[in-house]
Design a protein around this ligand. Sequence first.
Ligand code: NAD
Length: 975
Amino acid sequence: MAAPADADLERAIQERGRELLAAVEPHRLIQLTPAWWQERLFEWATRDPEFRVRLLRFVDVLPTLRTASAVADHVRQHFGRGAPRPVALGSAVADRPPFRPLLSRIVRQAVFAMAERFIAGRDAEDALPKLRALVEEGVAYTLDVLGEATLSHREADQYRDRYLRLLEVLGAAGEGWRGPEFARAVNLSVKLSALTPHFEPAAPEATTADLLPRLLPILRAARERGAGIYVDMEQYRYRDLVHHAFAAALEDPALRGWDGAGIVVQAYLRDAEEILEWLESLARRLGTSIAVRLVKGAYWDEERVVARQLGHAVPVFEEKDATDWNFERCTERLLAAWPRLRPAFGTHNPRSIAQAMVRAERSGVPREALEFQMLYGMAEGLRRAVVRLGYRTRVYVPVGELIPGMGYLVRRLLENTANESWIVHKFEEADPETVLRPPAPPRERPAIVRAAPFRNHPAAEWHRPEQRQAMRAALDAVRTRFGRELAPLVGEHEPPGGEALAVRLPAEPDTVMATVHLATPHDAEIAVERARKAFPAWRAAGARRRGDILRRAAELLAERRWEFAATMVYECAKPWREADGDVVEAIDYLRYYALQAERLERGERLELVPGERNRLFREPRGVAAIISPWNFPLAIMAGMTTAALAAGCCAVVKPAEESPVVARLFVELLREAGVPPDVLHYLPGRGEVVGEALVRHPEVDVIAFTGSAEVGLHILRVAAGCPPAPSGPKRVIAEMGGKNAVIVDEDADIDEAVAGVVASAFGYAGQKCSACSRAIVVGTAHREFRERLAGAVESLPVGPPEDPWTVVPPVISPGAKEKIERYLSLAYAEGELVACGRAPDGGWYVAPHVFEAISPDSPVARDEIFGPVLLLFPADSFEDALNLANDAEYALTGGVFSRNPRHIELAMREFRVGNLYVNRKITGAMVGRQPFGGFRRSGLGDKAGGPDTLLPYTIPRVVTENTLRRGFAEDFLGR
Ligand code: NAD
């Protein structure tokens, strides 16, 4: 039972709601007009989820289609089969060549008409008549600039200039308009991500410093002209970033006491109330008032999908009702903060509107202090009804070109065709009881049932301040331990080793992190001998017991994730995000391989005929030598070591010369978790010395190698020439290099393609086997892609890895720098420079480079360079692009950005690489989800992180038992 006060409030809300609904004028559409057709399309899409997906995808790609046949092709591919009858029929008839131009025109017109419903014009001038009509009707506006994602400083500057110009144009035009004063005042909605190319949640200070010089002029100009600005909210991961920059901007002396600034609060966030509290305290501290637009939130689908992909808690309420309920709670909170916070309610839900009206009255907030905000082109009847009841309204008016505006349009269509959306309800036909029903609070969530036995460990959430602090503390702590001496670990002993090697920081070569005493061939001899002796007991322990130890190690590593990540930040110059990714991948291997080993040991029964029992199972081979590279200093070393241990092999680990420190930490951690010392040995050392000794050792059964093709092929040759090991001929696992290509199709989303190629080519300075080193761009997409890529590359943050703002750190060693620079000289001589970033002095930095006009046969185009160097190639057709992409000695990763279903299918079949990625970056494979590895010069194809990874560490055995005794078979009885 509701308390009497609540019942009273609810009665008042119901009454006001009915009053509001009664004030909505019915709207009737004339049959077969474009508007009528639009409604039909929305209805079909609401009823048929598959058609909805196709419609949204088609609308998304349409503006990039440049020819009539391209439009016809997409219409056929999207709507040929399974679309509602009139659509399928239309697409079939109009696809005949003579009809194509007509079809193209009609379809374009239809989509442009749809866009015009939600987008007021190309720019401010274009939108002026519509704005004027609104203002003269007594309705205020806030203008939103639609546009491309900001990928460069130049693009960020252009956004600033557009906002400044809007203030000018709208200010001047509005002077002559009639209408109430609040409606005439210029108002803009600004997205802060538009004002910097690098909107980095891990680095709020640096991001703010980068965008403030563009935001402040806008805010100052707004103040001078008496305009208002709302700062829009975007995805959850940017929430703190936006708050940080917003607060910092309002501290500006020129903005002191200004009350024209506003911000959005999204009620679908579970912590929306806390944000309101924070905003109230901010306004108090600044001694001013802040406008707050309370909305439900526009990224609902995305937030839920992305959180699931990353294994993070979903930040939004998942039930629609809970968001509505929270909206009401936030309404109370917002009204209580008046006049410090000036309330605006952005909603199309009659119940949400009615409750705000009633609650405001009860809190003593005057009518003219409230605003109801709605989106341009949506729920116009409802808006007029709100005005009729005597309230102020403001319309959120987007302006912009259609191509960059597509994201916005698709979001609106999504909203209009979502089953739960109020917009599709015709209020005049709806039952007021249903429309005005009080929303239920969130239900207690049942405990998450883990359906899958394996889930990837969640990556760091850098937008959380406590995680950033933990990383900073770990960086400080690891630094205090610099200067240590490290020795090999052979069983329980620490032999003195031979040559001493200083591990220097790539970002500060004068700083020595540790001195490592390298293992000798004699150490290798002893280690293998002890491993051989320990093998039978480790094999006998069984996959379950070994798995328990590895799972314990995973827990330990998860607890110490920041320390391990910080170690790699220094030792291998891994930026925060990359270092964290390395740790998470290692945790995943520990858990994933433990499970796989249990599965293989159980084996499978192959009972194909009666009277006979067959079991296929696997057991460990023996001693494995683990020879790993420095570029995933933890993940790859840990992956191969864990695979060997899980399968039941003993492991002798030889990490790369460049990364002995983190490797030792990991070996110690495994021992702490319970791996017996003689089962696992640590031999830091030179490849040609200790590595070679291990490869040749007669008692080594398995060689697990990841590194360059040159060394990998050498190891294969040496192993083949050795006498058999105890389990038979030596088994070599070799994961090697790449020269990976990304194809950008003519109809690709250029925002995504540029961002994806930049991340793939320049993340960790291009020092990933999976990195993109060739971008192949089809036809007319080339010019725009090239220009935007150049801007993005010139704007990339190059710097020390401790700085969370950094994307491109120094390369690993002076030798690597020299080698990359040799290729750069060749590229300068043979081709043309497209873009070049800037690199600081001091460390082993190489600036990011992009070249074009390089011959596909040049060593620059064929060799793995392993640095921040990207080549750009044009292609006439998608097929040509595929041929060029496949024309490589390596076959590791590849990527395609395309919205053409046929091209995507063709690439899936014909783009022959180990890991192909469609419409995303080509780096960052996840354990269990993207088993990783290539073929040709890239490797033997065993793949890491997949169901087959453990096979080469094992020997298959089959046991067959004849169950037919004296003429009867027990398993045949009774059949
Ligand atoms: P690298 O080949 O120089 O060294 C790899 C390992 O081999 C090191 O531990 C090294 O000491 C050892 N080694 C060198 N000579 C040896 C010999 N004669 N006998 C035995 N061991 C020897 O590679 P790197 O510079 O450490 O790593 C970068 C390379 O690794 C790149 O080519 C990259 O593409 C490749 N890589 C491939 C993958 C993959 O999964 N395919 C993953 C990461 C890195």
